[in-house]
Structures are given as C-alpha cells and as structure tokens.
Design a protein around this ligand. Structure first.
Ligand code: TRP
Length: 376
C-alpha cells in the first residue's frame, strides 16, 4: 500500500514510494532522512529462514524459531488470534493499557520517541500515542514488511506532527538504531525514549535470551529510557491451553501456516494433512509449548535434502513463558532494569511492567498496583 512512508530494512534499501498524494507527500516531508552507510544489523532474509529451518529439522527434537511464523499470512492470522475469545492476553493487556495510559504518559513526559518491538497491527500503540504528550516519533519494528506497511499507513494522518519511521527486521538482533541519534540531533528539546514491548512477546524467548535482549535494549535505548513490557503471568493450564488451542482453530492454522510457508519458499513437500497443532503446558519450565505433531511416518524433501519424521514426532515451533511477579522482577534485574510501575488486571492474569534502567530506578518503584475491578 502506498502511504509515502519510507521503510528501512536489513537490506538498507530505501523504498521511497514514487506516487505521493498531497497528504502522503506532507507526511514524507516530515520524515527524517536516514540511510545508514553500513548495515547496522545482520541481514535477516531468505538465507536465514533457509538455514534456520535446515538446522532446526536436523536436531533430535525438531524445532524452528518462532520468528518465522510471521510472514504476511502469519501476521494476519496472529491478529485474528488476538480477537478469539479464549486468547485472554490481548484483551487483558488492552484493559490495563486503557486504565494506566495516563500514568505511563506522565512517566514518559513530553516529546517521547516511541519504539515498538514486534509491532504487528499497532493496535495497542494507539492507546499509548493517544495518551502521550505530543510524542515526537514512532518507530515500529516488525519482521513482516507488507504487514508493517499496511498497519502504519494511516498513522501520519491521525497524529499530526508525529514522525513515523517503520523499520523492517528482527528486533532481537538490533545492535544500534541510527534513527535515534538522528532524531536526537534534529531536536533541541528531545524527549524520553519509550520502548514499547507488549503482547507477552518477551515470553517467546527463553529466559536467558530474554535477559540478553533486555541488556541490548538498555544499550541502544540509553540510560534514561522507559521500557514498557506486557507479560502473561498465568500459571493455570485450564486457562492457558484453550488460549493456545482455540476451538475455532485459528491458532492451529497459524501454526500450520509455517509448513505452508516452508513448502512455498523452500520448495518442500510437507503433507499438511498429516500434521496437527498441539499446545502443551510444561509446569517445570512454566511455559506453553506449541508443536506440530505428525500422525504417520513421512519423508520430507526440501531444497534437495531429505528429512525423516517418525509417527508421533513433532516440530517445536514456539514457547510462551509465563512469569510470576517475582520471576519477572528477577528477569528484569538480570537484564539491567527495575520497576517504575507495575500494572495487573483484575483477573490477575496479565501484567504491564514499566521499567527503567537500574541506575535510574526510583526507590519506591516496586509497589504493586492492583487495579480495581470497576476500573476495567
Ligand atoms: N506472544 C504471543 C504469546 O506468547 C504469541 C502467541 C500467541 C503464539 N498464540 C500463539 C505463538 C500461538 C505461537 C502459537 O502469547
């Protein structure tokens, strides 16, 4: 979709849109020009999809990194998941954000630069942008270029004066964000950097990888950043399993879409009818695991290689770790962050953690604010 926005991707191609309408041209004129001389992140294109899948299928427990679930169709399906009844995390997180956006905005201050990790549809962002005091810029980062384009298309017309700088790529690999320096240099009174990381996406990393990610965010976001992380704290399998295996089968289709993508992009011949989606709760690791389980033995060929599947074997496609309040606090501390605020929904399932780099954290910061039921 043509919207006049310039996207930066790993391949450093600037995709300026040739035909600009008047409004889009005005939006484009507000964009800060950025064209990093050198690629700041490792490339994340077809080559790593291919190598991740080849390496993942060669393991004793076959596994594929969950990032690859999010092609355009996967992103659409995930957006549908967020609306199915059993998937409570989005609903509960939105309720929390509606109630606490003001206080988060007070912590952020004026002219904030909002960076969103794995922005998807950017639906939650609006709550934040609406509450913030004249936000300066919004940098959504997402792996699916087309979905990102569509999701941010109307933002410039909704928020006058907001610079929208979409970035295509895997946010977990960011080492530096040159845009941040450009924005700071362009503004005599720059606001706080607010990193927005909703959706319990942090739970899709192993705890060690999550700590590494938190440390990286701290490095590129700087010492006065604010980090807002949405994390699911539910431990009850009776609520968890339906959330990851809904009756309508949307989650199943989302998971199986990975094989559709592999068949299409990597010339494989997975027989989709032989696979089914399965969600399991691992109480020891406190995580939901998503698998694609094969019903019968099958030989699958891909890019000239052959992979054997035993009947009942699975491909592990996703983890979703669930953090109790103390567990998350410990994780954040290992990553260099401490609580400024913490918000929990009335069902006590989902938590929005507002974090600051540890050196700058306030002493009284870890009070838990349980939201009243009628506030929701
Ligand atoms: N961040 C989401 C979560 O952990 C991702 C997710 C929801 C997901 N449902 C899924 C990933 C189903 C794979 C399959 O809740």
């Amino acid at each position: 979709m043509d919207n006049g926005l310039v996207l930066r991707s790993f391949t450093a191609q600037r995709r300026a849109v040739p035909r600009l309408g008047a409004r889009a041209a005005a939006a484009a004129a507000r964009l800060v020009p950025f064209a990093p001389a050198r690629e700041p992140w490792p490339r994340s294109g077809a080559a790593s999809f291919e190598s991740d899948v080849l390496a993942g299928l060669a393991q004793p427990q076959k596994a594929i990194p969950s990032t690859w679930l999010y092609d355009h169709r996967g992103s659409e399906l995930f957006e549908q998941i967020t609306r199915v009844h059993e998937y409570y995390p989005t609903r509960n997180e939105l309720q929390i954000l509606r109630s606490c956006a003001r206080e988060i905005s007070d912590a952020a201050g004026p002219r904030a630069v909002v960076i969103e990790l794995g922005s998807g549809s950017s639906r939650k962002t609006r709550l934040l942008l609406d509450a913030l005091d004249t936000p300066q810029a919004y940098l959504p980062i997402d792996i699916s270029e087309q979905f990102l384009r569509e999701s941010v298309a109307e933002l410039p017309s909704l928020y006058a004066g907001l610079r929208v700088l979409p970035i295509v790529g895997d946010f977990a690999r960011i080492e530096t964000l040159p845009e941040l320096a450009v924005l700071r240099a362009a503004d005599s009174d720059p606001g706080r950097r607010v990193v927005f990381f909703p959706g319990s996406t942090i739970g899709n990393f192993t705890p060690d990888a999550a700590v590494a990610l938190l440390r990286r965010i701290r490095r590129w976001a700087g010492p006065d950043a604010l980090l807002i992380v949405g994390a699911d704290s539910t431990q009850d399998p009776a609520a968890l399993i339906p959330a990851y295996d809904d009756r309508e089968g949307v989650t199943a289709e989302f998971n199986l879409n990975l094989l559709v993508r592999i068949n299409r992009e990597l010339m494989a011949d997975f027989d989709l009818d032989a696979f089914r989606h399965e969600a399991r709760f691992d109480a020891q690791h406190r995580r939901v695991e998503m698998h694609l389980v094969i019903s019968r033995a099958q030989q699958v060929s891909m890019l000239g290689r052959s992979f054997h599947f035993r009947a009942g074997e699975s491909i592990h496609t996703e983890n979703s770790y669930k953090y109790s309040l103390p567990a998350f606090q410990q994780l954040a501390a290992r990553g260099g962050w401490a609580h400024a605020q913490r918000w929990i929904d009335a069902q006590a399932r989902f938590v929005v953690h507002v974090l600051e780099p540890i050196a700058g954290a306030r002493a009284c910061a870890t009070d838990v604010r349980l939201m009243a039921r009628d506030a929701l």
